[in-house]
Ligand binder design. Structure first.
Ligand code: S3P
Length: 450
């Protein structure tokens, strides 16, 4: 896989409030985990409704390259584990734009007696890997990375691992998952201690694959998670819930527009992911959640957001950040519409996502006419005025591209995002969903309104 993406522009015109129902694609974080556990499990697993974006395809292709058997139907991916043993990859494992692929895969590879090299596109190869190197080395694997062990490509020489107890410096689900996946192969108890609650999909899904994770809550901190190795995973059949992080863009756009009403159906409602709903509610939006049972051990349901006459600015408490870590681009849509100064802090992690999201958001929202101040660990947004619109770039970051596009709905002139191809990383159907909800998407082929 190369890092080149054609610079496909996407333009949205100011138009009527979004209204209607939509089903977001399968959850990206959960799909990654389903494929990786399918790789490790005895027998054939079935993953229904997986996320179709490029990130999860990268994980699936890495699984195939180390020995998993993969078959597809229109609705599902079947993955046969590489039991008893993962095979040594013959060339570099390409992770594309996906940090989750690289970091979780490194935990699995650390336990295999092979050499593997994990690499990504230009963005991923600038993202930190010391955070996984450090615990995996302590378990006995040998790892090396570019720039003094800071950035991919990441070389993993795996082998027999010893269990550790690891206190994570940041509340990162990727790092916690990496260590737990390595711990499945280490004889004894491997534990991770999180400084705050992060998304808990790995813990939930290991249960679906027959492995118990002991979860000890720690008041005021994140939990301590423990697995007992060596563990055998049993193949599973599961349906992936809709991706709250994909739905978030339309929900935030609805909150920002008086008269809008948007319902996301079959969407994951895991509370470790839905912090944005609490923020929108605190700003005055109408938010209703209707639980509809469980899928893949995760709560799912419907969420409806309605846009009030106006939103009020709100300072997001820093301890909420892990529950909306991927929703900050969507949050800016609401913050720009709200009366007063909205504040985000405790968000320095956003500087090492698919782009430096604090810097890129501040720059591009400013270019559209927003008043946005960048802080070392957050953003300050003065809202309540319509943006002027214009052409901006999203630094090839899928979540920033989707947020910028939606700002065109209530700007004074259209917004064009000139590098919108990145949206296919997580939400290939975004454009169609937007048009179905009433968004006026300009079709570049027709040169007019779609
Ligand atoms: C993810 C965890 C988060 C998130 C990322 C997906 C996961 O990263 O930002 O998009 O699937 O585990 P961190 O764990 O580094 O916070």
């Amino acid at each position: 896989m190369t890092s080149f993406r054609a610079p496909i522009p996407l333009t949205v015109r100011p138009g009527p409030p979004l209204r209607g129902r939509f089903s977001p694609p399968g959850d990206k974080s959960i799909t990654h985990r389903a494929y990786l556990m399918g790789l490790l499990a005895d027998g054939e697993s079935t993953v229904e409704g997986p996320n179709p974006g490029a990130d999860c395809e990268a994980t699936l292709s890495c699984c195939a390259r180390v020995g998993a058997r993969v078959a597809r139907t229109p609705e599902a991916v079947r993955i046969g584990g590489s039991v008893p043993r993962i095979t040594e990859p013959e060339s570099v494992l390409e992770c594309g734009n996906s940090g989750t692929t690289l970091r979780l895969m490194s935990g699995i590879l650390a336990a295999q007696p092979w050499l593997a090299v994990l690499s990504g596109d230009a963005s991923l190869n600038r993202r930190p890997v010391a955070r996984v190197i450090e615990p995996l080395r302590r378990m006995g694997a040998r790892l090396h990375a570019r720039g003094g062990d800071r950035f991919p490509p990441l070389v993993v020489q795996g082998g027999a691992l010893t269990p550790i107890t690891y206190a994570l410096p940041v509340a990162s689900a990727q790092v916690a998952s990496c260590v737990l996946l390595a711990g499945l192969h280490a004889a004894g108890r491997t534990a991770v201690e999180l400084p705050g609650q992060a998304r808990d999909h790995t813990e939930r899904m290991l249960g679906a694959f027959g492995v118990e994770v002991v979860i000890a809550p720690r008041p005021g901190l994140g939990p301590r998670l423990e697995v007992q190795g060596p563990a055998r995973l049993r193949a599973a059949r599961l349906r992936v819930p809709g991706d709250f992080s994909a739905a978030a863009f339309f929900l935030a756009a609805a909150a920002a527009t008086p008269g809008a009403e948007v319902t996301a159906t079959s969407v994951g409602l895991n509370p470790t992911r839905t912090g944005l709903l609490d923020v929108l509610e605190a700003m005055g939006a109408g938010v209703s959640r209707t639980p509809r049972g469980e899928q893949a051990g995760e709560p799912v349901g419907e969420v409806t957001v309605t846009g009030p006459d106006h939103l009020d600015a709100f300072a997001v408490p820093p301890e909420w950040l892990p529950r909306l870590v991927d929703e900050v681009p969507a949050w800016t849509i609401a913050a720009l519409a709200a009366r007063g100064t909205s504040l985000l802090s405790g968000a320095a992690e956003l500087r090492v996502k698919e782009s430096d999201r604090l810097a890129v958001l501040a720059r591009q929202l400013g270019a559209l006419g927003g008043t946005v101040r960048e802080h070392a660990d957050g953003l300050e947004i003065e809202g309540g005025r319509r943006l002027r619109g214009g052409t901006v770039s999203a630094a090839n970051d899928h979540r920033i591209a989707m947020a910028l596009v939606l700002l065109g709905l209530r700007a004074r002139a259209p917004v064009t995002v000139d590098d919108a191809a990145s949206i296919a990383t997580s939400y290939p159907g975004f454009r169609d969903a937007l048009a179905a909800l009433g968004g006026e998407v300009v079709d570049p082929r027709a040169g007019g309104g779609a």
